[in-house]
Design a protein around this ligand. Sequence first.
Ligand code: CO
Length: 170
Amino acid sequence: MAILPIRMLPDPVLNTKAKRVKTFDATLRRLVDDMVDTMRAAKGVGLAGNQIGVLLRIAVIEIPEENGRIRVFINPEFVSRSGQREMEEGCLSYPGYRGNTTRSERVHVRAQDLSGKLFSVKAEGTLLAHALEHEIDHLSGTLFLERLISKDAIWKIPEHEMAGYDPEHK
Ligand code: CO
């Protein structure tokens, strides 16, 4: 168990594409455990490998309404995405800011679990759909700042208002 430092902008690791996980072993499980501890300590809904400086395609998500269920996505990729919606979001790697972004309405994601087994998940209009897009973006080296509806659709928020409906802030 370990809480790892979260990389912040302008750390170049956040703009780097992560590589596929090829080895499903105890080291991977320990890394995922540490990512979960780190996400929870930061009161996050999701965390991607890049954010702890590990350029491997790993994302963890914990939706507040799912009663402590941890979702682990190894090598996640989109099977399909459709629809468009405007969202408000922030990022643990860019704290203190929120912005309005364009995201999909429906996502279908394929990934592997900790043992390497393939699974897929569909989400529509939910925080899970939003978080999946945010975290898979991280693995491609993309931040929500590149999804803003316009250049100035971003604002600084007071510390005490940092919680809310957000892919990375509970
Ligand atoms: Co983020």
